[in-house]
Design a protein around this ligand. Sequence first.
Ligand code: G6P
Ligand code: MG
Length: 215
Amino acid sequence: QIQAFVFDLDGVITDTAKFHFIAWQKLAQRLGFDIDHEFNERLKGVGRMDSLNLILQHGGVILTDEQKDKEAAQKNDEYVELIADMSAADLLPGAREALESVRGAGLKTALASASKNAPAILARLGISDLFDTVVDANLVVNGKPDPEIFLKAAAQLGVSPNACIGVEDAVAGVQSIKNAGMYAIGIGDARVLTRADAVIDGLHQFDVNRFIVKD
Ligand code: G6P
Ligand code: MG
């Protein structure tokens, strides 16, 4: 019997990829190269330092750890400035309704996000109160596809992982859900999210009754 849903944030509830792209592009240009939208796809769901390492590799630039920390901090300052203007208008279609329908069905909700900015973004979107618990990158050691973040969300809810359904748009995220032993709903293309148990285009297609067993 399903007792909870664990949602990813970026690409599921809101689209922050465009803001990350602007800030990463500025960083790349500071270092003398460009990134494009195609490359940006590879950064979805990837944590801050891992993203920086991929970008540096892409540009053929080598930095010391100290320089990396400084560049990552500057990128984040710029990103934080970009997301300061976010509001409920930045919710993806059906996101609020999906969260409300899960809670309306008597189930719990959790957020499992690789972003350290996740709590601030939830506040800007006006949906903090729709989550029973939030796990962000500040609280975990291993990034997706490691199951740690989804397992921690289940633990914080006090629900067994196999009674949880995870919702993710990134390949590594779906892997993280499956590695945690949960049912996985993919958001996007079924040909890409091959490990997902079900795939929908977006939360506007989400129907809680399709996924929970009723007695
Ligand atoms: C999400 C995004 C990534 C981002 C990561 C870390 O997973 O999809 O693009 O790099 O969060 O975000 P942060 O806000 O902590 O830099
Ligand atoms: Mg995502």
